[in-house]
Design a protein around this ligand. Sequence first.
Ligand SMILES: NC(=O)c1ccc[n+]([C@@H]2O[C@H](COP(=O)([O-])OP(=O)(O)OC[C@H]3O[C@@H](n4cnc5c(N)ncnc54)[C@H](OP(=O)(O)O)[C@@H]3O)[C@@H](O)[C@H]2O)c1
Length: 249
Amino acid sequence: MSKEFDLTGKVCVVTGGGRGIGRAMAEALGRHGGFVVLVGRTHATLEDAAAAIGDQSMVQVADVSQEPDVLALREVILARCGHIDVLVNNAGVNPIFRGIDRTSLEDWQNIIDVNLTGVFLCCKHLGGAMGAGGSVINVSSVAGHGGLPRSVPYCASKGGVEMLTKALALDWAKRGVRVNTLAPGWVDTELTHGLLEHDVHGKRLLDRTPLGRFATPRDMAGGVVFLASDASAFMTGACLVIDGGWGAE
Ligand SMILES: NC(=O)c1ccc[n+]([C@@H]2O[C@H](COP(=O)([O-])OP(=O)(O)OC[C@H]3O[C@@H](n4cnc5c(N)ncnc54)[C@H](OP(=O)(O)O)[C@@H]3O)[C@@H](O)[C@H]2O)c1
């Protein structure tokens, strides 16, 4: 492994690390030497992901939208590991694919609470505990750069994550803590499987993706290792887009 991608000794927190993109990212951080803290609401999936990583991991159940959970998470990690070096804010919830007329305030609030407030809370309490050399990676989306049909709350949440990231990167540059986003295109996970398998909508999305396939979670692995490691030491307030060319159009 080349030195600039080495994460040995780094404590890497991954929210939503039990499945999908978060799990693939957690495994990649572990393969590069990081000690991985897997966070989510479901103990069983977190344990399963931790077993795949091995001794270099721990699990902690927490809902990122709940401040007491995030504060408890910080205490547990600092007590066990003593420091936090990498924070991957990946936890996110399903776009509902409905017009605004059929989107309730509750729908809006649920998506904003997890996708945006959850990022705010984890940045504040976990990123706030980082020392110089820390790296925060907020998982955004191509939906944070351009609108998707019938996805007002989701696009608003991801656009918010993009701007939260830029603003925080300015505030924390002097501390030596970097803050970037990683924006995936369409990735086949539980979140999107129904849509991507859909005869009409799935085909339309595939045709619109220049590389001609959907991503696998593993396609996000190299990007998160890059952003977590010294390989990206001069990068902050930026976005790494991994979308098969979707945004080139
Ligand atoms: N799949 C795509 O095409 C795509 C594209 C662009 C961006 N993204 C983004 O990538 C991220 C991961 O998506 P994915 O496709 O891997 O989705 P996924 O398979 O549904 O996984 C989402 C993860 O987030 C966790 N989670 C959800 N709500 C949480 C909460 N309140 N607190 C803590 N953990 C929570 C889930 O675990 P529990 O349910 O056990 O808590 C799960 O581990 C999301 O931010 C998503 O918006 C996905």
